[in-house]
Ligand binder design. Sequence first.
Ligand code: NI
Length: 172
Amino acid sequence: MAVYPIRTFGDPVLRLPCVEVTEFDATLRKLADDMLETMYAAPGVGLAANQIGVQKRLFVYDIGDSPGVIVNPVLSAHLGEWEYTEGCLSVPDLHWEIVRFKEVHVDGLDVDGNPISLDGDDLMARMLQHEVDHLDGRLLLSHLDRRQHKEAMRALRRRAMGLSDDEREPVG
Ligand code: NI
C-alpha cells in the first residue's frame, strides 16, 4: 500500500469528469487500497480517485463504521435538505455551511464488479454527494453562494501567495 499526495485546488485533474471503470483486476484493488491508506493518513472520511490524479470513477470512504469502496457510482432518490459545515481535502483548511440532500441512494459496483447499493443519510449522504461531485469534476466550491464564493476565492488567492488568512496584504 502507498500514500499518495492529494491534489489540491488549481490542479486540472480535479475539474475533469472521471472515466467509468471497466477492468476489475488486481490493479483496481491496489488502487482502492492505496486510496484508503491515503484517506486515513490525511485524515478524511472520503477520497475520490482523481484526488490522487487517477481519472477513474471510484471513491473510498469511512465515516467511522467501516471502510468502503464504490466503483461507477450513480446517485438517485434524494430527499430533504441538510445544512452542514463541509470541507474538502483538495481545498485544505477551508470550510463552509453547505446545503445538500439529507438522504440519497447510490448504486454502483464493488472492486470485484458486483452490484452494490446503499442508502445514506446525514454525514453518509453528505459524503456520497461530495465524492460523486469529485468524480464529475466538481468541487464543493460550486455549491457556495455568491458571497461565500467570493470569500473562498480571496482565501485561495492569499494562500497561493503564501499569506495566512489573518495577514494583511503586503504594501508595495
Ligand atoms: Ni473533497
